[in-house]
Write a protein of this length. Structure first.
Length: 238
């Protein structure tokens, strides 16, 4: 099965605006404000120059909280009271832990999104737009699983629909998909899973004397190191 590799960028943007990520960001800002508010409670009387009463002081405390958590350390604002310094000390250690965890979570999410596509295997097909080649074993496979699909005549039409974004995946014979994606269908990737094994064969009459020499010739070809070069030339290197 082939999928659109470019869909990974769509997944990145989707994850950046995922409600769960936005919830985490909102929670982070609340924690930032909470730490700043605690410092402001101690500092607006002891240090009114840097943390004045009112909204202006709260804004300055929020700024100090963000600068401290990100370890930027501008030094333009610093608590002077005992309570403010205790809060500041605790917030320094908490901030390091929080920003490290948050950075790791974002990096992991974006890395997975970059590598991922909408379809990763047969279980994703019911939620995807699928194309295949008409009157093929792949079409029968999709029908047997009662999956919706759009069929195209033999050739590259099914992959064209995928490359143009009209479908999310194309289900068809793996060697043919590898050949087509390796020769002129950039941006598409063939997934490694095998949905249904279907062997190719050379048909011969029953009891044909050609069976044994053909088998021997094929075994010699496959055992030759040059065979791998032929595969990579026509099907690409996975």
């Amino acid at each position: 099965m082939a999928t659109d590799r470019a869909a990974g960028w769509t997944e990145i943007w989707r994850r950046l605006f995922d409600p769960r990520l936005l919830t985490v960001l909102g929670s982070l800002f609340l924690v930032l404000f909470g730490a700043g508010f605690l410092v402001w409670l101690f500092e607006h009387r002891a240090n009114p120059e840097q943390f004045p009463p009112g909204a202006r002081g709260l804004g300055a405390a929020f700024w100090w909280s963000a600068v401290t958590m990100t370890t930027v350390g501008y030094g333009d604002k610093a608590p002077v009271s005992l309570g403010g310094r205790i809060v500041g000390l605790l917030w320094m250690f908490a901030g390091i832990i929080m920003i490290s965890g948050f950075t790791a979570a974002i990096a992991s999410s974006l890395t997975v999104a970059k590598l991922a596509t909408k379809v990763q295997g047969p279980d994703d097909l019911p939620r995807a737009r699928v194309s295949t080649v008409a009157a093929s074993t792949s079409e029968r496979y999709l029908e047997s699983r009662h999956l919706r699909y759009e069929s195209f005549p033999p050739g590259q039409a099914a992959l064209d629909a995928l490359a143009e974004g009209r479908v999310d995946a194309t289900v068809y014979d793996r060697p043919i998909l590898r050949y087509l994606t390796h020769h002129g269908k950039g941006g598409l990737a063939v997934l490694p899973q095998t949905f249904a094994r279907q062997d190719y064969a050379i048909a011969l009459p029953q009891g044909s004397a050609l069976r044994e020499p053909i088998d021997l010739a094929m075994l010699e070809i496959i055992a030759d190191p040059a065979w791998q070069n032929v595969l990579e030339r026509y099907l690409g290197n996975e």
